[in-house]
Design a protein around this ligand. Structure first.
Ligand code: PEP
Ligand code: MN
Length: 344
């Protein structure tokens, strides 16, 4: 629950409010990334909180302008109508996601070798990508599949990013891996399978690097935004959402790209949203049209899988674009971006 405070509330009024909240077993803390005075309330005594009672108590205080009780109040557009820009540190300057620029992330599903990462990074940068992707800790359906290179993979990814002047993004799967992955990554990815890994979300909310939160294949929009709330409530507002397709009865495509979710999330939330047409379609031949649809629907960018030799890709071969196909796709997006009032 959030309390929106009267901007001019006298200190004595707020002190009395804090005392009453603490006595009711609720710890108020200011939301550090909001300029307006807003407190989030957390239960302190281990007992299930009495939220209706807390709301009544808060409303009885003159310093409280509004009580917001919902699962994604901090993520909601009403709190920041102009939208959030997420700033990702790059080898030179920063990349802003959620501004006027349509941001493209490109790179292989998995980091495989230095040669692969160097060549992919060069091709991605030359075609206009702003971030390099590559998985070092891979969430694989089968325990017998390649699980990623781990730390050496992170080193190759970061070195290739520096080499080509690109910021890098990679997945972190476990809370205990956050410090290691954050050493190398400029943007930390939470994969679809981990969207509701709450210990992971809590850990990522307490550190300062930006987070790319993919939508779970079976998650509703409300569940996705409630997952983002875990990060926002712990002080990290640098959150980018990513629609990557949901599980439906359709089998021709790997998942079903929920293009309406892009517009829905823009309406409901201030957070920027990307689309991943690679995992959404699972088919090389469909990625360009899904990418153009994402841009037209108002997405802030794309996440695309690109491999120097798609036919040799260790994971997700069917959806890997060659550098040439990727460059052609980028060229086809440029006039559309201009028509949509975005630059690319
Ligand atoms: C990925 O982007 O590497 C990935 C595994 O995607 P998802 O979590 O969307 O399946
Ligand atoms: Mn993949």
């Amino acid at each position: 629950m959030l309390l929106q405070l009267q901007p001019e509330a006298p200190a004595a009024t707020l002190t009395a409010l804090i005392q009453d909240l603490l006595a009711a077993g609720l710890q108020p803390s200011p939301v550090p990334w909001l300029s307006a005075p807003v407190w989030s309330l957390a239960p302190t005594n281990g007992h299930p909180p009495d939220w209706p009672g807390a709301a009544r108590l808060a409303r009885s205080h003159a310093g409280v302008a509004a009580v917001l009780a919902g699962d994604f109040e901090l993520a909601s557009r009403a709190l920041r109508p102009a939208g959030t820009q997420v700033r990702v540190a790059a080898p030179v300057g920063t990349v802003a996601i959620g501004g006027g620029e349509f941001i493209v992330i490109a790179g292989p599903c998995s980091v495989e070798s230095w040669e692969q990462m160097r060549a992919t990074a060069e091709a991605a940068a030359a075609a206009g990508a702003r971030l390099l992707r590559g998985g070092a800790f891979k969430p694989r359906t089968s325990t017998y599949s390649f699980q990623g290179l781990g730390r050496p993979g992170l080193e190759l990814l970061a070195a290739a990013g520096r080499h080509a002047g690109l910021a890098v993004v990679t997945e972190v799967m476990a809370p205990e891996d956050v410090p290691l992955v954050a050493e190398y990554a400029d943007l930390l990815q939470v994969g679809a399978r981990n969207m509701q890994n709450f210990p992971l979300l809590k850990r990522l909310g307490r550190q300062r690097k930006p987070v790319l939160l993919k939508r779970g294949a079976g998650a509703s929009i409300a569940e996705w935004l409630a997952a983002a709330e875990y990060l926002l409530a712990r002080g990290n507002d640098q959150v980018v959402l990513c629609e990557r397709g949901i599980r439906t009865f359709e089998t021709y495509t790997r998942n079903t790209l929920d293009i309406s979710a892009v517009a829905a999330v823009k309406e409901l939330s201030h957070l920027p949203v990307l689309v991943d047409p690679s995992h959404a379609t699972g088919r090389r031949s469909l990625i360009a049209s899904a990418s153009r649809a994402a841009l037209a629907a108002g997405a802030d960018g794309l996440c695309l899988e690109v491999h120097i030799r798609p036919e040799e890709s260790i994971s997700d071969r069917e959806q890997a674009l060659s550098p040439e196909t990727f460059a052609a796709l980028m060229a086809s997006l440029r006039p559309l971006a201009a028509a949509c009032g975005r630059c690319l």
